[in-house]
Design a protein around this ligand. Structure first.
Ligand SMILES: Cc1cc2nc3c(=O)[nH]c(=O)nc-3n(C[C@H](O)[C@H](O)[C@H](O)COP(=O)(O)OP(=O)(O)OC[C@H]3O[C@@H](n4cnc5c(N)ncnc54)[C@H](O)[C@@H]3O)c2cc1C
Length: 601
C-alpha cells in the first residue's frame, strides 16, 4: 500500500475501520456548497416542479429550455474549468448539483446528467487545449448541448463490440464515420455528440467529437423519439451516421483510446447517477409522509398504522444511509484528486486517477442508490393506495422514472461484477492487501469464540463490532471463493453478485453509523435520536442481507464439511449479542417523520 496516501484507499473499507472524524458527511457542506444547493433547489421548485405534467407529456422542448436556463445560471459548468466559462467547483459540489437538480423528474435528471456528465466530461478530461477552447464554453453555458453515443443495436453492455467505423481519408484530413447508435439521451436537441467508432480493425474503439447542425446535417440522421416507460421528457433517439465527415483534430485522445475513455467517464457517471437518485427519493418520502399524515381510514390517520410506519421508516433509513455513503465517497475522490494535483498531475489526470481508485465504491453506489430509489417509489405507491396508481399523484411518474437508473451507465449486473472484479484486481496488483486479513479470518474460523460479553456502553459499540464481523464474513466468503476458482472466479457470477451485495451493505451501513456518530459527538445524542435509529435499523437490514447473500454464495460453491464450517462462520459473523428492537427503531423514525411532516435528514 502506498504510504504517502492520506485517508482511506479506494476499496479499503472492507479491510479497515474508519474513524467518524475522518469521513465527510452531508452536514459538512461548506458555505459555498450550501448556497449552491439552495439556489439549485429554488431553481427546481420554480422551473421544474410546476411544469411536471408537461414533462410527462413528452415536452422535449421544455427539457431543453430548462437546461438552457440552468446553463445561464452556471449549473451546467460546475465541473468545467473557469478558463472555459465553468465554475470549477470540485467533486463534492458536482455531486451536490447532480443530487439537487435531479429530484423533481427523471427527465431533467437524465438530460442534465447526460449533458454535464457523459456529454461534456470526455472533453474536460481528455480534450486537447484546442478542443477545450472550442467546445467547453458552449457546453458550460448551455449554448450547445452534448450527448454521448456509445450504445449500438448489437453493442450494449459489451460496449467495445460496436460496429460503427471511422475511416481516415487518403489526405489524412478527416474521418468518415458510418454506423448506427441507439438509446442516445439528449439526441433530439444535441449540437455535439461524443461518438465511439472503430478505426480499421483496431482492438479498441476510438472516440470523436462530432458536431451536429440540423441545417447542415453532414450525414447525421436522427430516428424518431423512443416511446419509453418513463423519463417522458428526456429525448432518446437512434442516431445514424452516413459518411459523416469529422476533421482529424476532432478525434478525442489517442487512436484506440475510446474504450478507456468510455469506461473512465462511466466511473464518474456512475457515482453521479447515485447522487442523482438521492433527491428523488427524498421527495417521494416527503410526499408519502404528507399523504399518510392526512389520509384517514378506520378513523385514524394511516401514518398511525405500524404497517405504514414501517414502510416510511425503511424508506427514510435507506435515503439516509445512501446519502451518507455517497457523499463520503465524493469527498474521498475530491481529496485524492487534490493530492494528485499537488504532486504535479494536471487537473484532468488527477480527477481520472482519483475516480479510478474509487471505481469499486462508484459501482456499488450506482447499484445501491438506483435499487433503493426503485423500492422507495414502489412503497410510495403502496402508501398512497389506489390513488398512487393514478397519473394524478406524483408516485406514478416517480415509479416509472426510477426504473431507468438500474439500466443505464452500465446495468446493475455489470456494475456488481465490475465492483468485485476491481477489488480483486487491486489485490492482485498489490495495491490492496485482502489476503492477509482473509487468512486471519480463516484462522479465526478454527478457533473457539470468546463467550465473554463485550462492553457495549458507548454509542454504536455493538454496531461497530457487527461491522467488523460483517467484513470478516465478506473476507471469508470471497477469500474461499478466490482460493477455489482463482482467475476463473469471473465466470462464477452467482458468487460475484452475492459478494457485491455484501460489499454494498457493509459500505452503506458503516457510512451511516460513522456519519451519525460524528453528528452525535458534535451535537449530542439527544438531538440525533432518529438518525441513531436509522443507523441501527440500516445496519440490522444490512446484516440480514449479508447473512442471506453469504449463504447463497457458500452453498453454491462449497459442500460437505467445508460448507458446514463456512456456514457456522457466517452465523458467527452475522450474530448480534443484543438484537435491536426494530419495532421500536421504526417507531422512533416514523414519529420524527410524522412530527416534521416531511423527510428531514
Ligand atoms: C432511456 C435510456 C437512455 C440511454 N442513454 C444512453 C446514452 O445517452 N448513450 C449511450 O451510449 N447509451 C445509452 N443507453 C444505453 C444503455 O447504456 C444500455 O441500454 C445498457 O448499457 C445496456 O445495454 P443493452 O440495452 O444492450 O442490454 P444488454 O447488454 O443486451 O443486456 C441485457 C441484459 O443482460 C445482462 N448482461 C449483459 N451482459 C452480461 C454479462 N456479461 N454478464 C451478466 N449479465 C449480462 C444485462 O445486465 C441486462 O440485464 C440508454 C438506454 C436507455 C434505456
Amino acid at each position: 500500500m502506498s504510504k504517502d496516501k492520506k485517508g482511506l484507499q479506494g476499496g479499503a473499507f472492507v479491510i479497515k475501520e474508519s474513524r467518524c472524524e475522518d469521513i465527510f458527511s452531508p452536514e459538512d457542506f461548506n458555505e459555498e456548497q450550501r448556497l449552491m444547493r439552495d439556489s439549485i433547489t429554488e431553481f427546481v421548485e420554480r422551473e421544474i416542479v410546476p411544469k411536471k405534467s408537461r414533462f410527462e407529456n413528452h415536452d422535449y422542448a421544455l427539457t431543453e429550455a430548462v437546461l438552457k436556463k440552468a446553463g445561464k445560471l452556471g449549473f451546467l459548468g460546475i465541473s468545467v474549468p473557469e478558463e472555459y466559462k465553468g465554475l470549477d467547483m470540485g467533486f463534492v459540489s458536482a455531486m451536490l448539483a447532480a443530487d439537487y437538480m435531479s429530484g423533481a423528474t427523471g427527465s431533467v435528471a437524465t438530460a442534465f446528467g447526460a449533458h454535464t456528465g457523459i456529454g461534456t466530461l470526455p472533453i474536460v478530461l481528455y480534450g486537447t487545449p484546442g478542443q477545450k477552447e472550442k467546445y467547453l464554453p458552449k457546453l458550460a453555458t448551455g449554448e450547445w448541448f452534448g450527448a454521448y453515443a456509445l450504445t449500438e443495436p448489437t453493442a450494449g453492455s459489451d460496449a467495445n463490440s460496436g460496429k460503427t467505423s471511422a475511416a481516415l481519408s487518403e489526405d489524412e484530413s478527416h474521418y468518415l464515420i458510418n454506423g448506427q447508435k441507439m438509446w442516445i439521451s439528449n439526441s433530439g436537441f444535441a449540437r455535439l455528440f461524443i461518438v465511439f467508432a472503430r478505426i480499421e480493425n483496431d482492438k479498441y474503439i476510438s472516440s470523436f467529437i462530432v458536431e451536429y447542425d440540423p441545417e447542415n446535417p453532414n450525414g447525421i440522421r436522427l430516428g424518431e423519439e423512443e416511446q419509453k416507460l418513463g423519463i417522458h421528457g428526456s429525448s432518446t433517439r437512434q442516431v445514424f451516421f452516413e459518411n459523416t465527415k469529422v476533421p482529424v483534430e476532432n478525434r478525442l485522445s489517442d487512436r484506440g483510446n475510446g474504450f478507456k475513455i468510455a469506461m473512465n467517464v462511466l466511473n464518474i457517471g456512475r457515482i453521479k447517477l447515485a447522487a442523482a437518485c438521492l433527491d428523488s427519493q427524498r421527495r417521494v418520502i416527503k410526499d408519502a409522509v404528507q399523504y399518510a399524515n392526512q389520509r384517514e381510514q378506520f378513523n385514524s390517520k394511516i401514518i398511525e398504522f405500524e404497517a405504514v410506519k414501517g414502510k416510511l421508516a425503511k424508506m427514510a433509513t435507506d435515503a439516509y444511509v445512501k446519502k451518507s455513503a455517497t457523499y463520503r465517497t465524493a469527498k474521498y475522490i475530491e481529496d485524492r484528486s487534490d493530492e494528485y494535483r499537488k504532486k504535479g498531475k494536471s487537473e484532468a489526470e488527477a480527477e481520472l486517477a482519483a475516480v479510478e481508485e474509487f471505481a469499486v465504491e462508484c459501482s456499488l453506489l450506482k447499484v445501491s442508490c438506483s435499487e433503493d430509489l426503485q423500492n422507495c417509489t414502489d412503497e410510495g405507491i403502496q402508501i398512497y393506495g389506489g390513488i398512487g396508481y393514478s397519473k394524478d399523484t406524483p408516485m406514478e411518474a416517480a415509479w416509472r422514472d426510477a426504473r431507468i437508473p438500474r439500466i443505464y451507465e452500465g446495468t446493475n449486473e455489470i456494475n456488481r461484477m465490475h465492483a468485485v472484479g476491481m477489488l480483486l484486481k487491486k489485490t492482485l496488483k498489490g495495491e490492496l492487501d485482502l489476503l492477509t486479513p482473509a487468512k486471519a479470518v480463516q484462522k479465526e474460523l478454527t478457533s473457539i469464540p470468546s463467550l465473554q460479553k463485550p462492553d457495549f456502553n458507548q454509542l454504536f459499540s455493538e454496531e461497530k463490532m457487527m461491522l467488523k464481523k460483517t467484513k470478516k464474513a465478506f473476507l471469508m466468503v470471497a477469500g474461499t471463493a478466490v482460493k477455489k476458482y482463482a482467475k476463473n472466479l469471473s465466470n462464477h457470477q452467482y458468487i460475484l453478485m452475492a459478494a457485491a451485495d455484501m460489499l454494498i451493505q457493509i459500505y452503506r451501513a458503516e457510512s451511516a453509523v460513522l456519519r451519525t456518530e460524528k453528528s452525535a459527538k458534535s451535537h449530542g445524542e439527544k438531538s440525533v435520536e432518529a438518525q441513531i435509529a436509522m443507523s441501527q435499523l440500516g445496519l440490522y437490514h444490512a446484516v440480514e442481507i449479508i447473512a442471506r447473500k453469504g449463504k447463497e454464495a457458500i452453498i453454491s460453491f462449497a459442500s460437505g464439511d467445508e460448507q458446514k464450517m463456512l456456514l457456522i462462520g457466517l452465523k458467527r459473523f452475522t450474530k448480534y449479542w443484543n438484537y435491536p428492537n426494530i419495532g421500536a427503531l421504526k417507531n422512533r423514525i416514523a414519529e420524527k417523520l410524522k412530527e416534521e411532516n416531511t423527510y428531514c435528514f
